[in-house]
Design a protein around this ligand. Structure first.
Ligand code: NAD
Ligand code: DAU
Length: 361
């Protein structure tokens, strides 16, 4: 395959920075341009070294800045747009949905229009790709006996985050149907692994455990998520770009459904094993049940049959191994996460978990 010229939005976030590492290893000759606004979730310390690579570049900027995006698409002769940039945290979308509408819907629309025009100006080349990184949350919530989400499951988003991602997906789909833009949409389940911002379940539990703070479990802890290691997700995105059929969508997951409380208990045993100087042990003594998230989806499960059949992809990392490794990563990368526990983060934390809100024991 000839080399590509990628614009990767949101590359300073969790999945984006893991994708960049994967792509540099597997496609060393490709041009990689990263566009990221460096919101609270974006972090230059997460990026692989792009500056000293002759074919990599980081640009700080907003996907909603049409003039900037137009100029990058043109001057960099971009043929592949991998769209990670988003407001991504459900709890923040409940506190303040406006930013989610602005970035995930209006921002995506601006970027999509720019890419469509660029593609049309270049003569509508077949090999151009827009890869939309969507989520399983657009499908809503499953009951205990429901079959897993498939690519034909109707959208039924329940949080402002999920609704904004659904809106974004619909714009991408319409752009393919109406103008023929070669788009791909992937719907992935819950990712875990290195460089995930501390607000999300697994890093939050690792960091709180290492600091001897409470481990807040929402509601009855029986909600189920299907966890996938971020490295498996990145391999799937590569397979989608290489083998995916324009206009199609692909569901991705870890085939690994776990109740939140079981996950947190398992994580606690790894903390006990791996962290010699835990302030409180056993770590599970820190678990606290706290008020439930409003509109909390009960269960996600996703069928990866289409991705296996059409992309030749399957998740490979066993959860026990991936989780153990992730716990060790947070243990060994305090220098990465300590600066993120800023006053702004603490203020956010108090808003979600309350003044005493399981923040301290
Ligand atoms: P993240 O919050 O860690 O990172 C988001 C990145 O986007 C940050 O670097 C941020 O600075 C950047 N960004 C935000 N608004 C921007 C804007 N207006 N312009 C430019 N950059 C902007 O998110 P993540 O967990 O890495 O998720 C990445 C994508 O994958 C999102 O689209 C999310 O919906 C999707 N997704 C995430 C998961 C998951 O489990 N984390 C699962 C499925 C899909
Ligand atoms: O399913 C894919 C989605 O996974 C992505 O689209 C989102 O961007 C990503 O944030 C994630 O959403 P969730 O809401 O499922 O992830 P989160 O880590 O916030 O929560 C996972 C589960 O753990 C969920 O049931 C809520 C629960 N939880 C979370 C936190 C932060 C707790 O019980 N306590 C907590 O403190």
């Amino acid at each position: 395959m000839t080399s590509r010229r990628l614009l990767v939005t949101g590359g300073a976030g969790f999945i984006g920075c893991n994708f960049l590492r994967h792509w540099i290893k597997t496609h060393p000759d490709d041009r990689l341009v990263v566009l990221d606004a460096l919101t609270y979730a974006g972090n230059l310390a997460s990026l692989p070294d792009l500056q000293t690579r002759s074919n990599g570049r980081f640009v700080q900027g907003n996907i909603g800045d049409r003039a900037l995006v137009d100029s990058l698409l043109k001057t960099e002769a971009i043929d592949t747009l991998v769209h990670f940039a988003a407001e991504s945290h459900v709890d923040r979308s409940i506190l303040g949905p406006a930013a989610f509408i602005q970035t995930n819907i209006v921002g995506t629309f601006t970027l999509l229009e720019a890419f469509r025009e660029h593609w049309q100006q270049q003569g509508r080349p077949d090999h151009y790709r827009w890869l939309q990184i969507s989520t399983d949350e657009v499908y809503g919530s499953l009951g205990p006996a429901d079959p897993p989400f498939s690519e034909t499951t109707a959208y039924a988003p329940n949080s402002p985050y999920a609704a904004s991602k659904a809106g974004s997906d619909h714009l991408v789909r319409a752009c393919h149907q109406t103008y023929g833009l070669p788009t791909l949409i992937t719907h992935c389940s819950n990712n875990y692994g290195p460089y995930q911002y501390p607000e999300k379940l697994i890093p939050l539990m690792c960091i709180n455990g290492l600091l001897g703070r409470s481990l807040p479990v929402y509601g009855d802890g029986q909600n189920i998520r299907d966890w996938i290691h971020v490295a498996d997700h990145c391999r799937a995105l590569e397979a989608a770009l290489e083998k995916g059929i324009p206009g199609e969508s692909y569901n991705l997951g870890g085939n690994n459904q776990i109740k939140n409380i079981d996950l947190v208990r398992q994580l606690c045993t790894y903390l006990d094993d791996r962290a010699p100087d835990l302030p409180r042990r056993p770590a599970h003594s820190l678990i606290r049940y706290v008020s439930d998230r409003p509109g909390h989806d009960r269960r996600y499960a996703i069928s990866t049959a289409k991705a296996a059949r059409e992309l030749g992809w399957q998740p490979a990392i066993k959860f026990e191994h991936g989780l153990r490794h992730t716990v060790s990563w947070y243990l060994n990368h305090k220098h990465w996460w300590q600066p993120l526990l800023s006053a702004a983060y603490r203020a956010y934390y108090r808003q979600v978990y309350g003044e005493d809100g399981a923040a301290e024991t």
